[in-house]
Write a protein that binds this ligand. Structure first.
Ligand code: P71
Length: 469
């Protein structure tokens, strides 16, 4: 039902500058992943052939973005580049007050500190590790109110990022005044890049409006969300991506954005707010944690690159080719019988590690194990999105095992060709065909307390290797 776009458009750009990458031998990679504590995150990028670890900050900037860098105004206060960024955000996202931050989590820190009190409760359409970590650091409890389908890799629901209104209503009923805001994401990263529908946004707005609860929006990949709305939601097919983006944001009171995603930038982010008083408090904290409110940890040139990237991101040919490339990889895997999250998301293809390695216990981190196996097989780097990423419950200290245990292959924008994606697909298919060789998973030898997946180290639980005889 969602395989509507089985047409993979050619890229609307040509390549002006290239960066060599190298393939290594399997024995070299076995040694390298061992040295990295079986954590792809700890590999040197030079040792990775095709890097699908993230689409965050890994995008190729356009010639115009590179040119814009030269126009950066590096004044400490009131830089022209700030006003360029402010204007771009106001135009395309519609938030009156714009506060630059060094990247998304800088904004999450400030937003959480401004709005959350100990004992707060925050409903949201699925957690994201850094977002929830900042909420919890400030004393809030996160409540997942996304629809059940979001947790089911095989459900083809076109808007798996939708909020389950009954779940949201129940959380509001229970915690009422202790809810500072509802935390919505477009698209939902941990569900596999799945969009929220315009109708659902409107319904959430209506419900929260009745209770006077604001909505804070994670717009890191909102342009990808707008593309899916245009493709899948009745009544929006004839609207431009820019119109849809603005309409989506119109249902919300504020946003935190990592510009390292949709906006093609290598660094940067911003907070957008409608309320002047709230914005003033956020600016005060930005001063402490990020930098003066007209640069917020970004160089003037970075603000220029982000502003230009925002304009490019809403060009229809751009977003069509971007999502089409991700769908190409996903459909190749589906055609070969590899269990991946359906529908294919906007920024990534997610392999269902529980379906690939059903005999591995969750304590041995099947997702992390599969990610390591993909690296050994083909020098492909993905990232675990399951029990390891979910971390421990801050109250009980127990491991949290979310329903899905995935390996995410995130596709950077404008970086790899279709031939690269064929190499990736062939590698994943080979690992899937040889999955019976993976008999045991991994156990911790070092477990950091926050965002543990970034720096955790493991050894094979079954002895020398994850690959049995
Ligand atoms: C991704 C990342 C990078 C990342 C960050 C933290 C933990 C794991 C991976 C970053 C996001 C994101 C959403 C929806 C906020 C951030 C933080 N994503 N919201 O997917 O996807 O932004 O990285 O600029 O600080 O690999 P930041």
């Amino acid at each position: 039902m969602n395989d509507h776009a089985i047409e993979y458009p050619a890229e609307p750009w040509r390549i002006k500058s290239v960066e060599p990458i190298r393939q290594t031998s399997r024995s070299y990679r076995e040694q390298t992943i061992r040295q990295a504590g079986w954590n792809p995150c700890l590999l040197r990028s030079e040792d990775v052939y095709i890097d699908l670890f993230t689409d965050s900050g890994t995008n190729a900037m356009s010639d115009r973005q590179w040119a814009a860098l030269m126009t950066g105004d590096e004044a400490y206060a009131g830089a022209r580049s700030f006003y360029v960024l402010e204007q771009a955000v106001r135009t395309y996202y519609g938030y009156e007050h714009v506060i630059p931050v060094h990247q998304g989590r800088g904004g999450e820190n400030i937003m959480s500190r401004v709005l959350i009190r100990p004992g707060s409760h925050i409903p949201g359409n699925m957690f994201f590790p850094s977002t929830r970590a900042h909420q919890e650091l400030n004393g809030a409890t996160f409540h997942d109110v996304v629809i059940d389908e979001a947790h089911d890799p095989s459900s083809g629901h076109p808007f798996k990022g939708d909020v389950d209104l009954a779940k949201l209503e129940a959380v509001i009923g229970e915690y009422g005044d202790a809810i500072p805001y509802v935390s919505l994401a477009a698209t939902v990263n941990m569900a596999g890049g799945q969009p929220i529908s315009m109708a659902n946004l409107a319904a959430v707005r209506e419900l929260t409006g009745r209770h006077g609860i604001p909505i804070m929006f994670d717009t890191a990949r909102a342009v990808e969300n707008a593309w899916f709305v245009k493709q899948r939601e009745a009544g929006w097919g004839d609207r431009s991506i820019a119109e849809i983006l603005l309409a989506m944001c119109s249902f919300t009171d504020g946003a935190v954005t990592s510009s390292k995603k949709d906006s093609f930038a290598n660094i940067g982010g911003w907070i957008g707010l409608r309320d002047g008083e709230l914005a003033e408090r956020a600016r005060g904290l930005a001063l402490l944690f990020e930098g003066l409110h007209t640069y917020g940890g970004m160089a003037g040139r970075d603000m220029e690159a982000v502003a230009r990237g925002i304009e490019e991101s809403v060009e229809e040919s751009s977003i069509r080719a971007r999502v089409g490339q991700v769908e190409y990889l996903g459909h190749r895997l589906l055609a070969a019988g590899v269990p991946v999250v359906r529908p294919i998301g906007g920024h990534c293809v997610c392999i269902d590690a529980l379906a690939v390695l059903p005999l591995l216990p969750r304590e041995e981190f099947p997702g992390q194990t599969l990610a390591a196996a993909l690296y050994v097989e083909g020098g492909i780097r993905g990232v675990e999105r399951g029990g390891l990423s979910a971390g421990r419950d801050p109250v009980t200290g127990e491991n949290r095992y979310p329903p899905m245990e995935l390996v995410r292959l995130a596709v950077p924008r404008r970086v790899y060709t279709r031939a690269h994606l064929d190499v990736v697909a062939d590698c994943v298919i080979r690992v899937h065909e040889g999955r019976d060789r993976i008999k045991r998973g991994l156990r911790f030898v070092h477990e950091p307390s926050h965002l543990r997946f970034f720096q955790a180290r493991f050894v094979p639980a079954g002895g020398n290797s994850i690959f049995g005889g």
